[in-house]
Structure formats: structure tokens, C-alpha cells
Design a protein around this ligand. Structure first.
Ligand SMILES: [Zn+2]
Length: 373
């Protein structure tokens, strides 16, 4: 097909089906569990994602299903290597085929995915050459079927120059660009980073944000083509390939409970939240999962980890639906007002906690609550 930035390519079937969607990004091994989620669709994440697409389609019916094999968690992009291609056993296991012969992402389409996410390698902060090489290479793929996954070190958001570079480079690609942020900690540790993410979303054509936390809803409110929000903590940002040994590494590797506070719009480790409430009464949760039970009841047992994830989903899903039901021009104001109410709720909670361990509202949330443009 003809290549280039022709706007008529925008409404091609596969990618067009994702427009306006708020997807669930999940690292699940049980597609059946997803049947409880009747939203816009899902992004299955991790090395086993491809094998689960068929199951997910069977359980989820007609909603969108994408597979994110997430090679960016392990492999850096370079000038000569943009996409991860599995070595072929028949070629002795040593050689991968040269670019242009293989078609990264075709296996996803063959498995039934709504569209293909390129298996892009990780872009270290400031590595302009690796990004430029990938933007040249991705143009050989059909933009109606293939989404350009752009896995960025969160440190790209520390520099205005880097943000300007990304806008220029990514706007030369006709595909939908699905940004994902890699960080061992909070990918938006300060207001300036949250602001620069907005600048990317506002200025890149056909941009999406995947594998995000509530930043996904902020990007959606500002007109992102689609977004995906992580079910597990490991799906709300990804760990970069060089993150091993960082101070906040979860050494046990076992999932822990994280709870989204419905009034504060903030994720807490469950034991940290229980500590904050101490001997005072934690609020009951009215979501459909908790049905009035306490927000601090979760342990790190696998059943509780899963129930906390279900609570989190039941908590943000109404916020997502509120944005989707609003007109495009009203969304950002609805979102700002919701975030502002959360900041006010944090002030009240802080008075109740009176704890030096009060982490304060997240930097991103304070920006979303107060900054209009
Ligand atoms: Zn709940």
C-alpha cells in the first residue's frame, strides 16, 4: 500500500476499531477472569500474551483484544535493532531474519488480535538515533493494521529538548503511536514530567498511551486515540531492562496488594494505607466488589491481591465511563474537577491521619487538578 502520512489512512478497519477505547492492560494467565470486565477490551501483556488471545476472544466476545509481548522489558533498541524477533529454531536458533523479511506483529494478527502492536525494543532516554531508526523501519508496516509501540524510559520526560525531538520524530510516522513509560518507580515523579507527557499527547498525531495508571485517563481526556490502564501494578508502568537492583525492586517477585483509594485517586500499598488510618476508622468502599467493606482489609495473599485488583478496576471504570459519555470538549474539565476534588479529599484525610508517612497527593494528580492547558 502507499506509504506516508496520508490522512485517509486514519480510518482503516483494524486500528479504527480502537479509537476512543479505554482498555484494560493486564498480565493475566486466566482469560476467563476477564469476562467480569465488560468494558472496551483488553491488552494482554507479557511473554504468554499471544497464546491467550484466542481464549480472551472466546470469553470476551466482540471487544477489542491486543497482545503486548513486552520485549521492551528486556531488550534495548539500537540503530540496527528496533523490533524484537524471536530467533527461529530452524535457522539454528542463532539467526533472526533481516528486517523487511519478517513482519513483527503478524503473529498477533494471525492469532486474532484486533490490531498488531509492534514488538519494539526499549528506548533509553535521549537515544535519538534508536528512535529515528525505528521510525524509518516502522513505515514498512501497514498503518491500518499495525500500531507503533513506543516504549520510552520515563526520563525522556525530564527534558524539553527530548520532548521536542519525540514530537518531531513520531509525527513523521503515519501509524498510531502507542507510548508506554518505563520506570522502576513513579514514571511521573514531578509536575514537570506530567506536564511534558501532556505536551506529547497534545502534539503527536494519532497518539495513544498504554500500560499506564490514571495518566491514561488524563491522556484520554485530552484526546488520545485510545489508552490502556494497568490491572496489576506491573502493568501501570513497565520495569526497564536496566532496572534490576534498584532500591524499590520487589525482590520476592510475588505480587502485592495495591489499593486505589476512591476519594484520593491514589494507589497505596495495602499495609501503608492501613498504617495511615492507624486506630482511626478507614472508609468503607461502595464499589461493587467491596460493597461497603473496609478499604484496608486486603492482605498480600493471592486471593486478596486479585480482589484488590478487582476493586481498583471497579473504582476507575466509572471515571472512564464518565469521560467517554461526555463530549470531547467537556472531558478535560470533568477530569480536572474530579482530580481537584481528590486533592481536597487528601487534605481532609491528612487531618485524620496526622502521619509523617502521608505521602501527599501524587505529582501528576496535582497537575491534572490545577493545570488547564
Ligand atoms: Zn472497593
Amino acid at each position: 500500500m502507499e506509504q506516508g502520512g496520508d490522512l485517509s489512512e486514519r480510518d482503516q478497519p483494524a486500528v479504527a476499531a480502537l479509537r476512543g477505547r479505554i482498555l484494560l492492560h493486564t498480565r493475566t494467565l486466566k482469560a476467563a477472569a476477564l469476562a467480569e470486565y465488560a468494558g472496551d477490551g483488553t491488552v494482554l501483556c507479557g511473554a504468554g500474551a499471544l497464546g491467550e488471545v484466542k481464549d480472551a476472544l472466546r470469553y470476551l466476545g466482540t471487544v477489542s483484544v491486543l497482545a503486548d509481548p513486552a520485549p521492551y522489558e528486556e531488550h534495548f533498541a539500537g540503530v540496527s535493532d528496533s523490533f524484537y524477533v524471536k530467533p527461529r529454531p530452524e535457522a539454528g536458533g542463532l539467526l533472526s531474519l533481516p528486517h523487511g523479511v519478517d513482519r513483527p506483529g503478524q503473529d498477533q494478527l494471525a492469532a486474532g488480535a484486533t490490531a498488531a502492536l509492534t514488538p519494539t525494543r526499549y528506548f533509553a532516554a535521549g537515544d535519538d538515533l534508536a528512535v529515528s531508526a525505528a521510525t524509518r523501519r516502522v513505515r514498512q508496516f501497514d498503518p491500518s493494521q499495525v500500531i507503533f509501540t513506543v516504549p520510552l524510559a520515563a526520563e525522556w520526560l525530564q527534558s524539553d529538548r527530548d520532548v521536542r525531538f519525540l514530537i518531531g520524530a513520531l509525527n513523521r510516522v503515519p501509524h498510531v503511536k502507542a507510548l508506554a513509560l518505563g520506570s522502576a518507580g513513579d514514571p511521573l515523579p514531578d509536575r514537570a514530567s506530567a506536564q511534558r507527557l501532556r505536551i506529547l499527547i497534545d502534539n503527536i498525531n494519532d497518539v495513544a498511551l498504554i500500560r499506564a495508571g490514571l495518566a491514561g485517563l488524563d491522556s484520554y481526556a485530552r484526546g488520545a486515540a485510545f489508552v490502556s490502564i494497568g490491572m496489576q501494578k506491573s502493568c501501570r508502568a513497565f520495569r526497564p531492562p536496566d532496572a534490576a537492583g534498584r532500591p524499590d525492586a520487589n525482590r520476592s517477585g510475588r505480587p502485592k496488594s495495591y489499593v486505589l483509594h476512591p476519594d484520593l485517586m491514589q494507589y497505596f500499598r495495602t499495609d501503608a494505607l492501613a498504617h495511615l488510618y492507624g486506630f482511626t476508622t478507614p472508609p468503607p468502599c461502595d464499589c461493587i466488589v467491596c460493597d461497603g467493606r473496609s478499604l484496608t482489609r486486603f492482605s498480600d495473599d493471592p486471593d486478596d491481591v486479585r480482589e484488590a485488583e478487582q476493586h481498583n478496576l471497579a473504582t476507575w471504570l466509572p471515571w472512564a465511563e464518565e469521560l467517554q459519555e461526555a463530549s470531547a470538549s467537556d472531558r478535560r474539565y470533568l477530569w480536572r474537577d474530579r482530580c481537584y476534588a481528590a486533592i481536597e479529599a487528601h487534605e481532609r484525610a491528612g487531618l485524620q491521619w496526622r502521619s509523617r508517612r502521608d505521602p501527599g497527593p501524587p505529582a501528576g494528580l496535582t497537575l491534572w487538578a490545577t493545570q488547564e492547558d
